[in-house]
Design a protein around this ligand. Structure first.
Ligand code: CMC
Length: 429
């Protein structure tokens, strides 16, 4: 509990509001009893000043450009750890011992296959469906197949659902891709690591086995790691809100995938590469910078800006480095898109519009360049983000369900519509 309070004065009445101190980050004023005591709501569309939950999973200091998972900095995890170890850390709170990691990896590996009847779900989509549309539908449909992991009150079922989602998501994303390009679905292999298995499911065809390059597999794993969790972002908040009603985990993660798809969130990686292609050559950069600054033009620099990071996005730093490494490895010299990206970043960072508003490249600015160099079409960029973020959604979902104080999420509103009036018959309107 807390002995510090904030005083709120409304007209001539004072109200004492408890202040909580977090382990890191700004203090939090507890307004839960405000309506009962003062009869007023607070107003914060976009949740710019509102903590929607307490959490021990991920911490971001936007001013310092710091991202910690269970206390460990993302750059250290990206350099020294790997995705499944980070998954363990997010799900269970501590880095695993060697035996714990081996057991976890084996459990994930054994759940990578999908129920064979789920193939019919894929077949039900139009052949040119966006893989995100397929993923939203198929993940939601998992609740129709895995009845033994939908009872959220049973810790064992919650655990099985968590492992299933982390394990099956690469298979679902790869199959959504294969289906959308009319190629046969490739089944997962238990002797491959998580990232290599995903690359193989995406790029192998029956006529030709895909040789996984270990450096590309490492780059893929790093992309997964960098996107694994990001505290209470829009899709995670969607998952939490959906699960607050007691909905099953597959339905909640499907809701998260739907939210992630938007271009202001996970869809920005696809939108960013499309923008870089549209710019095409460095000489057109000033034209696009001018459009981004023009309030009458809805265009924004995609891959730029962040609600929380106001200095730099630590994930973007690692991603930029990775882009150089991957293109180098693939022998891609003078990649025109990378050139445009670098010059665009430089031009924006020299422009007071962007620096004054603290707009910097975010994780999505360079990720598309790497993914394209690996052979992925732009439509697969957001599905890959969804694969990576699944563990974050699930960890936050588990944390929420395990909290005995969990309540249904039910925001209030500032109503500005008509007050009560009598119905008018149609002939009198
Ligand atoms: N290009 C041009 N102007 C921008 C941009 C941009 N990318 N981003 C923000 N601004 C301006 C905006 O017009 C506003 O100006 P003013 O104060 O004069 O009205 C100001 O900066 C603040 O913007 P905001 O929209 O109020 O900020 P927000 O915190 O609500 O939005 C954002 C954050 C990420 C949605 C936004 O920066 C954006 O749309 N960026 C482009 C899309 C993008 O790259 N999204 C990926 C985010 S990181 C990965 C993820 O979370 O999924």
């Amino acid at each position: 509990m807390t002995d510090r309070t904030a005083k709120l004065t409304i007209e001539d009445k004072d109200f004492e509001l408890p202040i909580f101190s977090p382990t890191a980050g700004p203090d939090v004023v507890d307004i839960r009893k405000l309506y009962a005591q003062a009869g007023v709501f607070t107003y914060d569309p976009g949740f710019t000043s509102t903590a929607s939950c307490d959490s021990t999973i991920t911490f971001i200091d936007g001013d310092k450009g710091e991202l910690l998972h269970r206390g460990y900095p993302i750059d250290q995890l990206a350099a020294s750890s790997h995705y499944l170890e980070v998954c363990y850390l997010l799900l269970y709170g501590e880095l695993p011992s060697a035996a714990q990691l081996e057991d976890f990896e084996s459990r994930v590996t054994k759940h990578t296959m999908l129920h064979e009847q789920m193939v019919y779900f894929f077949r039900g989509f139009r052949r040119d469906a966006h893989p995100m549309a397929i993923m939203t539908g198929v993940v939601g449909a998992m609740s129709a197949f895995y009845h033994d992991s939908t009872d959220i009150s049973d810790p064992w079922q919650r655990e099985v659902a968590s492992i299933r989602l982390v394990a099956k998501m690469p298979t679902i994303a790869a199959w959504a891709y294969k289906y959308s390009i009319g190629q046969p679905l490739v089944y997962p292999r238990n002797d491959m690591d998580y990232a290599s298995n995903f690359l193989r499911m995406c790029f192998s065809v029956p006529a030709e086995e895909y040789e996984v390059n270990p450096i590309l597999s490492r780059a893929m794993d790093r992309i997964f790691t960098l996107h694994a969790d990001h505290e209470q972002n829009a899709s995670t908040s969607t998952v939490r809100l959906a699960s607050s009603s007691g909905a099953n985990p597959f339905a909640c993660i499907a809701a998260g995938i739907a939210c992630l798809w938007g271009p202001a969130h996970g869809g920005a990686n696809q939108a960013c590469l499309e923008m870089l292609r549209e710019i095409g050559t460095p000489d057109r950069i000033p034209e696009f910078i001018a459009r981004a600054k023009d309030k009458s033009d809805p265009f924004r620099l995609m891959g730029f800006g962040h609600r929380v990071y106001k200095n730099f996005d630590p994930r973007a730093k690692v991603m930029k480095q990775s882009a150089d490494e991957v293109l180098d490895l693939l022998g891609v010299e003078d990649n025109p898109i990378l050139q445009v990206a670098k010059e665009l970043e430089e031009a924006a960072l020299a422009d007071p519009y962007f620096t004054d508003k603290k707009l910097f490249p975010n994780v999505d600015f360079y990720s598309g360049i790497i993914l394209e160099a690996m052979g992925f079409p732009t439509s697969m960029f957001t599905p890959i983000f969804a694969v990576s973020r699944t563990v974050g959604w699930i960890s936050q979902w588990k944390e929420m369900i395990e909290d005995p104080a969990m309540k249904i999420g039910r925001p209030r509103q500032l109503y500005k519509g008509a007050t009560m009036r009598d119905y008018v018959d149609i002939e009198k309107r």
